[in-house]
Each structure stands twice: as C-alpha cells, then as structure tokens.
Design a protein around this ligand. Structure first.
Ligand code: FES
Length: 146
C-alpha cells in the first residue's frame, strides 16, 4: 500500500525534534482524525531556512510527509518553501494512497503556519502566504471552539 520512500521516512523520520528559539513555530491539526503536527523553522537574516524540525502526533503517512517536507524546505528561501505543497511532498514520496492524501496537508499547513509565525514575530509580510486556518496554538484553542 505504501511506497518504499514512504516506508523509509516513516521508519527513519528525518529532522524529528524541536528547535530552541526557533524563528517560527507552527502547530496544525487535522479535525477529522485529531492528529497534530508542529513544525519549527530556523531562518537566517537572508530569509534562508537553515534548519527545520518537526513533531507529529499522527499516523504513519503524517510522519512520512512531515519528514520529507523538512528535507525539502531546508536550504530553501521562504518563497521557495511556499512552493513545497502537499502535492510536491507526495511526489517526492512517489505517492500516497488516496485515503491518506489528507495527511500530507498537515505538513504543508504546518510549514505555512510556522512561516506565518515568523512573519508575525518580525513584523513582515510574506507574499502569497495567507493566515493559516487550522493553526491551533494552545492559547487560541479556546477561541476557536466558540
Ligand atoms: Fe490523521 Fe493521517 S490519519 S494525519
């Protein structure tokens, strides 16, 4: 059911963990399955992503897609990182079963949420980046329920 690359990234996920004093942190959740993903970005003064780490409380496909997504964004500029869509991640993994496509959205949304956080912290606007819908920072969770 899963490609070799998906199995590899699921069994040996790259860049798992946290980044202290990250430039941006994004946490997103999938309402359907309740899975959660958090992405940390370290961005240098030239807007290049030096490092990216993730934590996922989610299914195997979510682990594999976030692992691949971190590899795809490291070394990229912010604008290039915005092109790392869930489609691009799935292609890099040689595909996902149709029922697991929604899992790959978490990775894309988490990157966007982390970039949004970075932009907020630095008072800048990133062209083409919209406020993440499913960002679920703990302190905002309450608001979203009402
Ligand atoms: Fe929840 Fe895959 S089933 S992210």
């Amino acid at each position: 059911m899963y490609t070799e690359k998906v199995m590899d990234h699921f069994q040996n996920p790259r860049n798992v963990g946290e980044i202290d004093n990250a430039s941006g942190v994004g946490t997103v959740g999938n309402a359907k399955c309740g899975d959660i993903m958090r992405m940390y970005l370290d961005i240098d003064d030239n807007g290049v992503i030096r490092d990216c780490k993730f934590k996922t409380f989610g299914c195997g496909a979510a682990v594999a897609t976030s692992s691949m997504a971190t590899e795809l964004v490291i070394g990229k500029t912010i604008q290039e990182a915005l092109q790392v869509t869930n489609k691009a991640v799935m292609e890099a993994l040689d595909g996902l079963p149709p029922v697991k496509v929604h899992c790959s959205l978490l990775a894309e949304e988490a990157i966007h949420a982390a970039l949004w956080d970075y932009a907020q912290k630095n008072g800048i606007q990133i062209e083409g980046l919209e406020k993440p819908k499913s960002d679920i920072h703990e302190d905002e969770e309450q608001e979203e329920e009402y």
